[in-house]
Design a protein around this ligand. Structure first.
Ligand code: HGY
Ligand code: MN
Ligand code: MN
Length: 414
């Protein structure tokens, strides 16, 4: 078969990833291209230039998500979408999200080189604000696309400086005119680094992602009383920081109660007034709970509120809990997952089924189109850290498998 010999140009892919990494670099070799910043704007412009150089037409929706189309031979055939996100964590790596977007572009570049035509169009996609670090929740634009969030609510999300998502999107000039979610898909595929240790530890090249674990983000606000750390007698203190510490210790214990899959921690923590000699009168933090099992995820959320309130009552503290993000565990489309698994087998790459520990745009798009993910290993399973790293071989294997899964759905005609 013609397709059996299709392989991407791994060096061209790698060079593009390294070129993108020059935009808004971090301070330790990674990336700090947070959504809707000037760095994001510059990264979008570079990606758009590359897409146009590859002969793609670029559409942008009202959430700023980018859709670069390679026409198919059958204009009535629904497109196959392939992509991920270009925004990063503040101390992100060079590959989280970026690999998936530029792998989609590399597939198109290779099809162009070979003059190969497909029945279905292929659309390379960059989803806005996958990370949710500047504007919670994560996967915001793909969530609006899938009808989970409404656009007005999304536009009102606020960052730590009080800037809104909508105003920042307009400021960088990337508010498109397409209605969000209007596009219909034949399938969606996303290549992503594993962001966990399993594939590397087992010496596997490819993760065939059958499921994504569920996630819940609960913002906890604890109110006590600012007071002097030196002269306030211990029994008189209303220490919001102590309440947070005991709750986070409970979250850690609770996750271990549901080992090996459940996880829990807080990555976002604000302490007020955050002065060395003032007992914190207020803390705001987001508890990130995850499990592939919906019942366990729900139970952990309930226990967080119940135990958290008990802890705060015992310390004479007020506490509120607000759900600020999350999604149920995801089961990806069987046919698309099979296309990924068969591609790995045909290409001779070692592989294993995998549950994604991280959330991805594919988790929301799976609600509106047949969706699957391909994963490649990353060094020490490390991600959301500037030292995040992969090998060129892993990038090549993942992109080749993605390539064959995409063209299996897009149907090569010549
Ligand atoms: O939070 C996540 O799992 C993703 O990295 N945004
Ligand atoms: Mn990601
Ligand atoms: Mn990420």
């Amino acid at each position: 078969m013609l397709t059996d010999n299709l392989r991407i140009d791994a060096n061209r892919l790698w060079d593009s990833i390294m070129e993108m990494a020059k935009i808004a670099p971090g301070v330790a070799g990674g990336s700090n291209r947070q959504t809707l910043t000037d760095g994001d704007k510059e990264g979008r412009e570079l990606f758009q230039t590359w897409c146009k150089d590859a002969g793609l037409s670029v559409g942008v929706d009202r959430m700023g998500s980018m859709f670069a189309t390679r026409e198919g031979e059958d204009s009535d055939a629904l497109p196959v979408y392939v992509g991920s996100h270009l925004d990063t964590q503040p101390t992100g790596g060079k590959f989280d999200g970026v690999l998936g977007v530029l792998a989609g572009l590399e597939i198109v570049r290779t099809l162009n080189d070979l003059g190969v035509k497909t029945k279905h169009p292929i659309v390379v996609t960059n989803w806005t604000n996958e990370e949710g670090t500047r504007f919670a929740p994560a996967m915001l634009a793909s969530g609006v696309f899938a009808g989970i969030h409404d656009e007005e609510w999304a536009y009102e999300r606020v960052d730590n400086d009080g800037k809104t998502f909508g105003n920042e999107l307009k400021r960088i000039g990337w508010q498109g005119d397409e209605a969000t979610g209007g596009r219909k898909m034949h399938a969606f595929f996303e290549l992503h680094i594993e962001q966990g240790p399993i594939l590397e530890a087992e010496g596997k090249d490819i993760g065939v992602v059958t499921h994504g674990q569920g996630l819940s983000w609960t913002e906890v606000t604890i109110t006590g009383k600012d007071s002097h750390t030196g002269s306030t007698p211990m029994p008189m203190r209303r220490n919001a920081g102590l309440g947070m510490a005991r709750i986070l210790d409970f979250v850690n214990t609770m996750a271990f109660d549901h080992a090996p899959h459940a996880v829990g921690a807080a990555g976002h923590i604000e302490v007020y007034p955050n002065s060395r000699n003032v007992i914190p009168g207020r803390v705001v933090f987001t508890v990130d709970l995850r499990s592939p099992n919906l019942d366990i995820l729900t139970e952990m959320g309930d226990r967080l509120r119940h135990e958290g309130r008990k802890i705060c009552d015992s310390l004479d503290l007020e506490v509120t809990f607000e759900k600020v993000g999350g999604f149920d565990p995801v089961e990806f489309d069987t046919e698309c997952v099979t296309a990924v698994r068969e591609a790995a087998e045909k290409l001779g790459y070692s592989h294993r089924d995998l549950i994604s520990g991280a959330g991805h745009d594919a988790c929301w798009i799976n609600r509106v189109a047949p969706t699957a993910m391909v994963m490649c290993p990353c060094v020490d399973g490390l991600s959301h850290n500037e030292a995040e790293d992969i090998s060129l071989d892993w990038a090549k294997a993942g992109t080749d498998v993605l390539f064959h899964a995409v063209v299996e759905r897009a149907e090569i005609v010549s």
